[in-house]
Design a protein around this ligand. Structure first.
Ligand code: MN
Length: 205
């Protein structure tokens, strides 16, 4: 059973950056539906005993095309939103610590440059999709964007996402309307780099 994460904050706790109704709808409806559908499809495909990461990293092993496409979308939606909602905090730590801080400096030059790169990828993603910061097991970072619910896990490069920025319209349209860049700017105010750093330390041992 794949479990949708419970929010560690109240649905209005991310105001004014992300509004209560958007959190309620996004987590309570969209994410809940991805979770239900992924559980259903994973059962049908006979992969429900595997972790979501393992399933998404091995999509090509699902021979039935309809199930493979369904799991790519619904499993991606389940996993991406767990990561997205997990990394917010109303009292967000504003900079990475320890090993992640050093890895960001090495890859991007500075935290500001890293945020700039991810913001650009998020703004440039045509239509629905995501921007990700990922790491390989050795700790090398990659910034990328993707269409729909596609995840770096599925690219076969050994990447594991540690930060996910949702740029589907359902993530921002109620408050920001067509102004996606304003939502992206607000995202950084509530993204907790302490949590991202902890995830990096879990992945890179
Ligand atoms: Mn979403």
């Amino acid at each position: 059973m794949y479990e949708q994460i419970k929010l560690s904050y109240a649905t209005d706790a991310l105001e004014p950056y992300i509004d209560k109704v958007t959190v309620e709808t996004h987590h309570g409806k969209h994410h809940a539906t991805y979770t239900t559908n992924f559980n259903d499809l994973a059962q049908k495909a006979g992969v429900a005993d595997k972790s979501a990461e393992e399933v998404l990293a091995n999509l090509d092993k699902i021979s039935d095309e309809t199930l493979r496409k369904g799991i790519r979308n619904q499993g991606g939606g389940y996993y991406n939103h767990n990561l997205y909602f997990e990394m917010f905090s109303p009292n967000a730590v504003k900079a990475p610590t320890g090993k992640l801080a050093a890895a960001i400096d090495k890859k991007f030059g500075s935290l500001d440059a890293c945020k700039e790169e991810l913001s650009k990828l998020a703004a440039a993603q045509f239509g629905s999709g995501w921007a990700f910061l990922s790491t390989d097991k050795a700790g090398n970072l990659t910034a990328s964007n993707s269409l729909n619910q596609d995840n770096p896990l599925s690219e076969g490069k050994g990447l594991i996402p540690i930060l996910a920025l949702d740029v589907w319209e359902h993530a921002y349209y109620l408050k920001y309307k067509n102004l996606r860049p304003d939502y992206i700017k607000a995202f950084w105010e509530i993204l907790d780099w302490g949590k991202v750093s902890a995830r990096y330390d879990e992945v890179v041992k």
